[in-house]
Write a protein that binds this ligand. Sequence first.
Ligand SMILES: [Zn+2]
Length: 293
Amino acid sequence: MLGGIETGGTWTVCARGTADGTILDRTEFPTTTPARTLERIAHFFREDGELPSAVGVGAFGPLDLALGSPRYGSVMVTPKPGWSGAAIATQLAELLGIPVAIDTDVAAAGLAEQRLGSGRGASSIAYLTVGTGIGAGLLSDGRPWHGLIHPEVGHIRIPHDLQRDPFEGACPLHGDCWEGLASGVALAERWGVDPAELPPGHPAWELEAFYLAAGLLAIVSVASPHRIVIGGGVMRSEGLLQLVRAELDRLNAGYLSAEELSRLDTYLVPAALGDDAGVRGALLLAASECLRT
Ligand SMILES: [Zn+2]
């Protein structure tokens, strides 16, 4: 029996489950301070049932994932108060006394989508979530891509036509980066309403489709994934995915001519696992040998 943990910006989810990503029991609570949150995680696994043999963590980042780093598995500099430098992996290993595997929340969710969801059968995928923020996990043969740290695609730069869209962007660091222009927060700030209240056909969605497609074209051009799986609250808007496919086709202009890209309805697909993707991916991380601390 294994443990899976997703520490999200707002909620933390803990689950016991199996190496194939099946959840047996779970709990969730608000993400507060690092000390309080890690304590509640440890309490769930130590006090409320059988202690798992290992746990996997999908954590909001950025994370130090450089093997051999003294801060491996710690949060790097983050705007979330109190979390910069939080040593999630080390402290959980100490609190629980079991091996801990860690990656980003989006890498964990992407891993679950590749093994169990909409990415099945594709040897590499990009998993993108468009919600409060924009994040992506790049998976190749079931392993999350790591470099210096890990991809942070939410902060790439995309074209911003200030005549068409004078909104300066919502990213506290960069203003009009991808997340700053196309996240749920950006939509809410630009249009002054909750994105869920913007009806299909509203000009917001045409602009949003352009921005999402522009970022997706960058991902396709750099990483060349076999499939893109896209989820998150913003993507629940009716008709948005079809608009994004059309924009991606237009912006690509026939250049990347792999057969898959000519069939965008099977190349750019909706996520299948919903809110459980992160914690199921964390169970899969726990089952992997390669990422253990
Ligand atoms: Zn940014």
